[in-house]
Ligand binder design. Structure first.
Ligand code: PLP
Length: 353
């Protein structure tokens, strides 16, 4: 294993920060009977008068158990989106550093790079939407701090070749964020079991997708404890709410449900993919390891509009979106929702062709 020192990579001003610590958290490991330290109003809503426990000890212990890692490898975020921002803020110097992405990919990497005043270097995915390892290696600059790998990738839906991911992890001298937002739909590709071999890796997981809890806004990063410690310095205090934590704790009691949900979604996806392949409006239907399908149609915009008018909202990318021009990203819904879309597409096939 190559030596990797995340502290050497972090922004010096961040390293000097001491993470927020409340008074009560240090009270003999249990809850004190009288809490007069945090300016709460004891006459408020009983269940919610107190700030949450900012250490999130119980939640992280349970997530660690489910994920098969140690609690000190985890940092919780308001969705995995917040962890993208935290990573860039902790490690990238605004106006100097850059990140490297492979388009087409998740738009928030660009967004948070812009927010943090970081340059974005793009080494596009290959024709079949795989990582172009040689192009990535050629494109990286001395100040490229973070390499983003999204697998399975949004919006293309496919997983990246694990050998390429591992080659890049072993090669890149900076941090590699492996965004596994959709990994519970294809757990056979999860990198978690190999994490110890890659001290520069930050895996991003979310409860918004296979767990079916997007409204909670909860995600987690999994990394070495050293990286987690640096990220902990930029995590806003109390970023998770009491209600969100309670709800997630409940969901974490039955983690086997996730595999069931993923299986059910997989059957719906297969039905949708099969239908799209035989509808002549579509010229390319991309293979998917996720809960969505990227499909190309010359009349993509018309399909989008007609679906929209019927209250079926798809994701379109607009005519000038490079390799996503004429593409639609279709989230796999319930059986009933999918059949509504299929009925509309069948009508449009006869009408438009
Ligand atoms: C690849 C990828 N990463 C991260 C996210 C963000 O997920 P959340 O902030 O809900 O955890 C999404 C959401 O669509 C995504 O597609």
């Amino acid at each position: 294993m190559k030596p990797f020192d995340p502290v050497a990579l972090a922004r010096p001003n961040i390293l000097q920060l001491v993470p927020y610590a409340g008074e009560r958290e240090s009270y003999a490991g249990k809850r004190a009977p009288v809490l007069l330290d945090a300016n709460e109003n004891p006459y408020g809503d009983d269940a919610l008068i107190r700030y949450p426990d900012n250490t999130y000890t119980a939640l992280l212990a349970r997530i660690a158990q489910v994920k098969g890692v140690a609690p000190n490898q985890l940092v919780p975020g308001v969705g995995s989106d917040e962890l993208i921002d935290m990573t860039l803020r902790a490690f990238c110097e605004p106006g100097r550093d850059s990140i490297l992405i492979s388009s087409p990919t998740f738009g928030m990497y660009n967004y948070y790079a812009a927010l943090n005043n970081l340059a974005v270097i793009d080494a596009p995915l290959t024709e079949d939407f795989q990582l172009d390892v040689a192009a990535i290696k050629a494109a990286a600059q001395p100040h490229t701090k973070v390499l983003f790998i999204c697998t399975p990738n949004n919006p293309t839906g496919n997983h990246m070749d694990p050998a390429a991911v591992q080659e890049l992890l072993a090669w890149f001298p900076g941090l590699v964020v492996v965004d596994e937002a959709y990994i519970d739909f294809c757990p056979q590709y999860a990198l978690t079991p190999l994490l110890a071999e890659y001290p520069n890796a930050i895996l991003l997981h979310t409860f918004s997708k296979a767990w079916g809890l997007a409204g909670l806004r909860l995600g987690v990063s999994i990394s070495s404890p050293q990286i987690a410690e640096v990220l902990g310095k930029v995590r806003p205090p109390y970023n998770l709410t009491t209600l969100g934590v309670q709800h997630l704790m409940q969901a974490l009691q039955t983690p086997e449900r996730v595999a069931d949900l993923a299986r059910r979604m997989g059957a719906n996806r297969a039905r949708m993919a099969e239908y799209l392949q035989q509808n002549r409006l579509f010229t390319r239907v991309c293979p998917s390891d996720t809960n969505f399908i990227l499909a190309y149609a010359e009349r993509a915009h018309t399909i989008f509009r007609r679906a929209f008018d019927e209250g079926i909202i798809l994701r379109s990318f607009g005519p000038n979106k490079g390799r996503l021009s004429n593409a639609l990203r279709i989230t796999v819904g319930t059986e009933g929702e999918n059949e509504r879309l299929i009925a509309l597409l069948a009508r449009l096939e006869t009408e438009l062709l």
